[in-house]
Ligand binder design. Structure first.
Ligand SMILES: [Zn+2]
Length: 67
């Protein structure tokens, strides 16, 4: 299980921004870089912090509210 404490220790390798949990479904989990909008996959509970593996969220407005 990922905890908020664990997530806080991670940073986006591209922009060093903060990450936020972004659950896609019950069995797929990912981490969203808020500043640059990249989605990092989580495989077997381990975040894959590689820019090559990240998905760019298209059409996302900057400054999306965190709720
Ligand atoms: Zn970033």
């Amino acid at each position: 299980m990922l905890t908020d404490v664990f997530i806080e220790k991670l940073a986006c390798p591209v922009c060093k921004g903060n990450l936020a949990p972004a659950g896609e479904s019950n069995d797929k989990y990912s981490l969203l870089c808020v500043p640059c909008g990249l989605l990092y996959p989580v495989r077997d509970g381990i975040p894959v912090m590689l820019a090559d593996e990240a998905l760019k969220r298209v059409g996302q407005e900057p400054g999306v509210k965190d709720c």
